[in-house]
Ligand binder design. Structure first.
Ligand code: NAI
Length: 275
C-alpha cells in the first residue's frame, strides 16, 4: 500500500457539522477548514449559524469561485430539515464526504423527576437525530463509496454522572449507533467513529461545572486537573476524518484529560488552589 504523506490533509472533502454553530461543533468546523476541507455548519437558530459562518469565513475567506464555508438552519429532529441541509451542502459546496453529529442538549434533574417527554426529546436529538443525519448522508456516501461519520458521544457513555440519566442513556446509545453503522456500512466505503469528550465548558454545561461543587468533584477526578477546550476535541475529529484513520472504524476516542483512567484522584480544582 502506498505511503500517504499528507496524513491529516482534508483537501477536497466537504463536511456537514450538526450543532456546528457553537462549542465543540464550531471548533471541529474550524479545524476541518484549517486542514483543507470545506464546511457547512447546521444548527437550529439561523442567527447563530450566520454568526458562526462569519467567524469561520474570517479564517479562510470564501472567494467567489470556490466557496469554503456555508451555513444552514438545521433541526435534527426533522427529516425535511436534514434533507434540506444535505441538499444545501451538495448545491453550495458540490459534495459531501464527512458528517459530524454534534447537535445536543442537556437535561440535569433527579431521575425520579425526569419526564417521558424530556427523556424522549433528549434521545430524539442525540441518537435518532444522529441516525437521521447519517442515513441522509449515508445514501450519498454509499453511492460514491466514500464517507465518514463522527458521532460526539461523552464520558457519560462509559460512566455514570449523577442526575443526567437521560443524557447518559442517549450518549451510551450513541456508541451503539457508532458500532452498528461501522459494522453495517463499512462495505459501502463508510467509516463510522465517535469521540467522547471530557468536560468542556460550553453553553451546554458551563453553569453546571464552572465554579460549582460538581465541577470541583469532576476536577478532583481529572488527572490533568482542568477542563478541556473545544479546540482540544477538534484534533480527534480531524484525525478520524483524515487519511491517517483510513483503517479506523467503530471506535470512540475519549478526549478527557485522563478522567476515564482515574480511580481515586487527588487533583485540585484551580479555584480551590487560589482560595
Ligand atoms: P453547545 O450547546 O455549544 O452545542 C450544541 C449545539 O447543538 C448548539 O449549537 C445547539 O443549538 C445545537 N442543537 C441542539 N438541538 C439541536 C437540534 N434539534 N438540531 C440541530 N442543532 C441542535 O454544546 P457542546 O458542548 O458544544 O455540545 C456539542 C456536543 O458535544 C453535544 O452532543 C454534547 O452532548 C457533546 N458533549 C459535550 C461535552 C461538554 O463537556 N461540553 C462533553 C461530552 C459531550
Amino acid at each position: 500500500m502506498a505511503i500517504k504523506t499528507d496524513l491529516f490533509d482534508l483537501t477536497g472533502k466537504v463536511a456537514l457539522v450538526t450543532g456546528g454553530a457553537s462549542g465543540i461543533g464550531l471548533a471541529i468546523a474550524r479545524a476541518f477548514l484549517e486542514h483543507g476541507a470545506r464546511v457547512i455548519v447546521g444548527s437550529r437558530t439561523q442567527s447563530k449559524v450566520d454568526d458562526a459562518v462569519r467567524q469561520l469565513d474570517a479564517i479562510i475567506p470564501n472567494d467567489d469561485d470556490d466557496l469554503t464555508v456555508g451555513g444552514v438552519s438545521l433541526d435534527v429532529q426533522s427529516e425535511d430539515s436534514i434533507n434540506h441541509a444535505v441538499k444545501k451542502a451538495m448545491d453550495l459546496l458540490g459534495g459531501l464526504h464527512i458528517v459530524v453529529n454534534s447537535a445536543g442538549i442537556m437535561c440535569k434533574k433527579p431521575t425520579f423527576d425526569l419526564t417521558d417527554q424530556e427523556a424522549n426529546q433528549l434521545y430524539d436529538i442525540h441518537v435518532t437525530g444522529a441516525l437521521r443525519v447519517s442515513q441522509a448522508a449515508g445514501h450519498i456516501f454509499r453511492e460514491q463509496h466514500d464517507g465518514c461519520i463522527i458521532n460526539i458521544a461523552s464520558i457519560g457513555s462509559y460512566v455514570s454522572l449523577t442526575e443526567v440519566t437521560a443524557y447518559a442513556c442517549a450518549k451510551s446509545a450513541m456508541m451503539g449507533l457508532t458500532h452498528s453503522l461501522a459494522n453495517e456500512w463499512a462495505k459501502y466505503g463508510i467509516r463510522t467513529n465517535g469521540i467522547a469528550p471530557g468536560f468542556i465548558p460550553t453553553d451546554l454545561n458551563r453553569k453546571l461545572i464552572e465554579g460549582t461543587d460538581r465541577g470541583r468533584r469532576i476536577l478532583e477526578h481529572t488527572p490533568m486537573a482542568r477542563f478541556g477546550d473545544s479546540a482540544e476535541i477538534a484534533g480527534a475529529a480531524v484525525y478520524l476524518a483524515s487519511p491517517a484513520a483510513s483503517f479506523v472504524n467503530g471506535v470512540t476516542i475519549p478526549v478527557d484529560g485522563g478522567y476515564l483512567a482515574c480511580g481515586a484522584g487527588d487533583s485540585v480544582a484551580p479555584w480551590e488552589k487560589d482560595a
